[in-house]
Ligand binder design. Structure first.
Ligand SMILES: Cc1cc2nc3c(=O)[nH]c(=O)nc-3n(C[C@H](O)[C@H](O)[C@H](O)COP(=O)(O)O)c2cc1C
Length: 187
């Protein structure tokens, strides 16, 4: 799929149908992270791909209220990393930037393959650590909820979430965040 098409097609959908997760899919997504750029080629990312049914059910306990829709996930990708595994240049700390880039590469690839890959911050890192055996020294940065989009809206969704299923949430106008040739403070 053309990159621009994948960028446009990617959506944080919340209504899911089950979909088969294979080792080939996991490897394909991991390859996309593997070749992502990183500061000094440090490759600070780590991912736990959870698709075993019993482990997925345990992970439901880690979801925040409001994210119950994610119980229909066929896979949850747990995004991990450590500050010390990447560049720290004075006050510039790069691990979350690089891990975000690698994760977006996986999200776009998943989109191109017909999956939904929806990142969330609404989860308990503590419970995620307990369930998956992640030590305190490794940050739990995000979860990516993977499934197949269902046209039938999940009745669990809030009114706002239903709106977002039907239409992409509004974005800022381009001139609110783009500066040409010079930065000018825009109140
Ligand atoms: C870091 C991050 C955290 C997010 N956390 C949640 C979340 O906890 N629950 C949720 O339903 N969506 C979450 N989202 C999805 C956003 O709400 C969604 O991307 C945004 O509303 C724009 O919609 P779109 O991605 O379909 O264009 C998160 C997205 C990102 C990047």
């Amino acid at each position: 799929m053309d990159v621009k098409v994948a960028i446009e097609k990617r959506r944080a959908y919340r209504s899911f149908l089950p979909v088969e997760i294979t080792k080939e899919l996991i490897n394909d997504l991991a390859e996309c992270a593997q070749i992502t750029a990183s500061c000094f080629n440090n490759q600070p990312w780590r991912y736990v791909f959870v698709y075993d049914k019993d482990v997925l059910v345990k992970m439901h306990e880690a979801l925040s209220s409001g994210n119950e829709w994610a119980r229909k996930a066929s896979m949850i990708i747990v995004v991990l990393g450590r500050k010390e595994d990447d560049c720290i240049i004075r006050d510039r700390i790069y691990y979350q930037f690089d891990i975000g880039m690698a994760t977006e590469a996986m999200i776009l690839r998943a989109t191109g393959l017909g999956f939904v890959a929806h990142p969330i911050a609404g989860y308990s890192p503590k419970k995620t650590r307990e369930i998956l055996g992640i030590p305190e020294t490794v940050d739990v940065i995000a979860l990516v909820i993977v499934g197949k989009h269902s046209d039938k809206i999940d009745p669990i969704l809030s009114e706002k979430n239903v709106e977002a299923e039907n239409e992409r949430p509004e974005r800022k106008a381009i001139d609110e965040f783009v500066y040409i040739n010079r930065y000018i403070e825009k109140g």
